[in-house]
Design a protein around this ligand. Structure first.
Ligand SMILES: Nc1nc2c(ncn2[C@@H]2O[C@H](COP(=O)(O)OP(=O)(O)O)[C@@H](O)[C@H]2O)c(=O)[nH]1
Ligand SMILES: [Mg+2]
Length: 461
């Protein structure tokens, strides 16, 4: 984990606007330095009231947010504003129009305005916004307003981050209410009918009232309907009062407490989901294989379900095979056997190669070989010299010349392993254990069924 930038932490806590900007950029870019920073700031959070303001493009959200912020300033609160608009073509956080619109606040050091317009290709708008909220909270913003476009799932997620959600409706858009997804309607704690200077505000109010009468919320809160004219500031005071009432309601309401618990639960799960996703999948996406896979889908060569299984299989495989390898337990390399013409010349050669003298030399009568053993950490190298023309080593050298003769694997249960392998159709040279070098119990598998490699199994003592 990178070092914590103490001075950045201090400056954020002091409410320094440039420090806040750098800190939010770190979380937006998912910079590694963001994690220790947020860790330092987190104990200083939890004081701000976070209000999400959502609604269709052009409903007047930015105008309303500016007026709400100005009202909060009049009442002495410090304000943070996050404008979240994934539909914005501007990257790096510039919803130009909003900045211009909120210009009356631009010179007030008690207000921090930030656009969160970037949605990385891995998604995760909500976590970045939540982290930005934490930064503003730690920086002493008592009120945080999040403007989101109420159109998609991401925006619903962002709204869930808030302590209170305001849904802006406007008259004159025809069947407004029906055009909103059910999910968006349900997250509203306060309904605002903005542009109430226009015709049709009453009709929208009736529609919302009718809709609200259909169901009662689990917490018993009846969302108020506030009519506003954001351009003039009319109704802003009333909206603020409604939000205060909702806040007071939430402080003693059990369902609201559960909701806060639920909030942290989904926050944790979402962060987990995103982090796992990034760790496991970011690389294949980054290295271009995703593009190749998309081409295969486009041409209908492979189906997406199969592909997803494959991608997931790709990073689960190592642990899966480890578990499945019960046929040969603890298949460690025990030693490599090297067939040599003469120990007298091979031993000094290997001694130079490995930088030490052999640990032992012995005769294995059973195999008609003389063996020089070099112990190199956990693996041994055994040099094998034939003790007669009928030794397997002599036959090997006659056929293939000097070289690696066999690979020895250590197993826990030699006989059990032999029976399992036999059951799997592996050809055995030894159906029972016999005695090898160092008095170990050994058995050989036939190279014809092990990719041409003579395998010796050694029972671990
Ligand atoms: N007539 C009228 N126009 C408004 C009102 N609120 C906002 N507007 C205008 O609606 C347009 C869109 O407002 P904006 O705040 O950018 O909407 P946003 O996309 O929801 O953020 C702007 O031209 C505003 O001046 C209102 O209450 N009445
Ligand atoms: Mg806006």
């Amino acid at each position: 984990m990178p070092d914590i930038d103490r001075s950045l932490v201090e400056r954020v806590l002091a409410g320094d606007r440039r420090a806040i900007a750098s800190a939010i950029s770190l979380v937006e870019n998912r910079d590694a330095a963001a994690v220790p920073l947020l860790q330092e700031l987190f104990p200083q959070t939890g004081r701000a009231q976070v209000v999400g303001i959502t609604g269709a493009p052009g409903a007047g959200k930015s105008t309303l947010v500016e007026k709400l912020a100005a009202e909060h300033r009049r009442r002495g609160a410090r304000v943070g504003i996050l404008a979240v608009d994934p539909t914005s073509p501007f990257s790096g956080g510039a919803i130009l129009g909003d900045r211009v619109r909120m210009q009356s606040l631009a010179h007030d050091t008690g207000v921090y305005i930030r656009s969160m317009a970037t949605r990385g290709q891995l998604g995760g708008l909500a976590p970045a916004t939540q982290d930005a909220v934490a930064i503003l909270d730690a920086a002493g913003c008592e009120r945080i307003l999040i403007e989101t476009v109420g159109v998609g799932q991401d925006e619903v997620e962002v709204a869930r981050l808030a302590d209170a959600t305001v849904l802006l409706l406007v008259p004159g858009l025809g069947d407004d209410i029906q055009t909103f997804k059910a999910g968006v309607m349900e997250i509203a704690d306060v309904f605002v009918i903005n542009k109430s200077d226009r015709q049709g505000a009453d009709r929208v109010e009736q529609e919302v009232t009718a809709l609200l009468s259909l169901a009662t919320r689990p917490d018993g809160w009846r969302p108020p309907i506030v009519k506003t004219v954001a351009t003039t500031g009319q109704g802003i005071g009333e909206l603020l009062e409604s939000l205060e009432q909702f806040r007071a309601f939430g402080e003693k309401n059990e369902a609201a407490k559960r909701r806060r618990r639920e909030h942290w639960r989904s926050r944790l799960l979402e962060l987990l989901r995103q982090t796992l996703f990034e760790k496991a999948v970011a690389k294949p996406i980054g290295d271009g294989s995703l593009d190749r896979q998309i081409s295969e889908l486009l041409s209908h060569r492979r189906d997406p379900h199969q592909m997803v299984e494959e991608i997931i299989g790709g990073f689960l495989k190592p642990s899966v095979t480890r578990n499945a390898a019960s046929s040969i337990t603890a298949a460690k390399v025990h030693h490599l056997g090297v067939a040599v013409e003469s120990l007298a010349s091979a031993v000094p050669l290997f001694q130079r190669l490995v930088g030490k003298a052999p640990d032992s030399e012995e005769t294995v009568a059973d195999q008609k070989v003389r063996v020089a053993v070099f112990r190199l950490n956990e693996v041994r190298v055994e040099l094998l010299e034939a003790m007669g023309a009928d030794s397997p080593i002599a036959k090997f050298i006659a056929k293939r010349g000097q070289g690696i003769h066999h690979l020895a694997l250590a197993v826990e249960d030699l006989l059990g392993t032999l029976r399992k392998l036999e059951g799997d159709g592996v050809r055995l040279i030894d159906r029972e254990a016999r005695t090898g070098a160092c008095n170990e119990r050994i058995a050989f598998l036939h190279p014809s069924s092990t990719a041409g490699v003579l395998i010796e199994l050694i029972e671990e003592s």
